[in-house]
Design a protein around this ligand. Structure first.
Ligand code: FDA
Length: 282
């Protein structure tokens, strides 16, 4: 097996829907919540965007039929935001209508900063008719404090992450500690809001701070969730469940895994060494 494929297997639930559903089932059985993602982004062709939309409808159907956690994560560039805004909205509405019928939740992933305003505008617009839509905000972006206030004002559920895209210094914090501090400050606002949000990080220091903060403010463990990517911090994720926290695992599948994997490699240099080591072991 090629090293990149070997590596990808840890982070991706397979290329086809049936094998990915098995991963979801296994995670749900051991007590994890899940959010299901079909890999793909930067689509510039209408047929591809329609196919991606259909795949999400299929995924929702399957999750419902198999009584699995009905929660999906969607990127707007996968369903046509770069082609035409109205076309993308139409596709997203199809997904939200189907999700609404089966009581499923649709989280819109956040992409690079070129997408932030368009994505948040779309979410705010569709949230008026579909309460089952949620946003993702990136702590590294300087604008995020204002975006959080804005989304809270509309009662929109958020997933808070650090941000996986390289952004310039005029719009984004660059230093690890500054990003961590901003993350903690934003996460506290989310926890105090009374709205259900996702704290998406593998950073143990942040997780400990959030645990402490929620205890001090008597915020119930049922009123928020931790979120992690499949294949990361598995021991910590299990420990959190054992302590009674809600933990959702982001489960991506599909054949377009390269951009996702490159972001995971960029986050952690040890992953690059892992691949290099396997190259020489072959
Ligand atoms: P940090 O990068 O500091 O990692 C903390 C620790 O986690 C590391 O020390 C290591 O132990 C482990 N770890 C982190 N990355 C790893 C890796 N690649 N491989 C192995 N171990 C690793 N981003 C975005 O821009 N838009 C989005 O929509 C999302 N969605 C999303 C969903 C969920 C559920 C999660 C958990 C994350 C995202 N992200 C995201 C990604 C996020 O922005 C960020 O890039 C990563 O979570 C890494 O940041 P951490 O907060 O984990 O901290």
């Amino acid at each position: 097996m090629a090293p990149i494929t070997y590596f990808a297997k840890r982070f991706i639930a397979g290329e086809a829907l049936p094998e990915a559903l098995k991963v979801i089932r296994k995670l749900n059985r051991i007590g994890f919540f899940t959010t299901f993602d079909h890999l793909g982004e930067s689509v510039t062709n209408k047929d591809q965007a329609l196919n991606a939309t259909d795949m999400y409808l299929k995924m929702l159907n399957a999750l419902d039929k198999m009584s699995l956690d009905k929660n999906i994560s969607v990127k707007l560039s996968q369903i046509g935001i770069d082609i035409d805004l109205d076309f993308c909205e139409e596709n997203l509405r199809k997904i939200l209508i189907k999700a609404g019928k089966i009581d499923a939740f649709v989280r819109i992933d956040m992409e690079g900063s070129d997408y932030t305003t368009r994505t948040l505008d779309m979410i705010r617009k569709l949230h008026k008719d579909h309460k089952n839509i949620g946003a993702v905000l990136q702590a590294m972006l300087i604008r995020t404090h204002e975006d959080v206030l804005n989304m809270l004002d509309k009662n929109i559920s958020m997933r808070l992450c650090k941000g996986a895209y390289k952004e310039p210094a005029d719009i984004a914090l660059q230093k690890t500690n500054e990003i961590r501090n901003q993350y903690i400050s934003l996460a506290k606002s989310l926890l105090l809001s009374g709205i259900y949000h996702g704290i998406a990080t593998h950073d143990e220091a942040i997780i400990k701070t959030i645990q402490q903060f929620s205890k001090e403010h008597m915020i119930s463990k049922d009123n928020f969730e931790f979120q992690m990517l499949m294949g990361m911090q598995r021991r910590l994720a299990k420990k959190l469940i054992a302590e009674g926290y809600r933990v959702r695992i982001y489960v991506p599948f599909g054949s377009h895994w390269l951009p996702y994997m490159l972001r995971r490699l960029r986050e952690r240099k040890e992953n690059v060494w892992f691949i290099v080591k396997h190259l020489f072991e072959r």
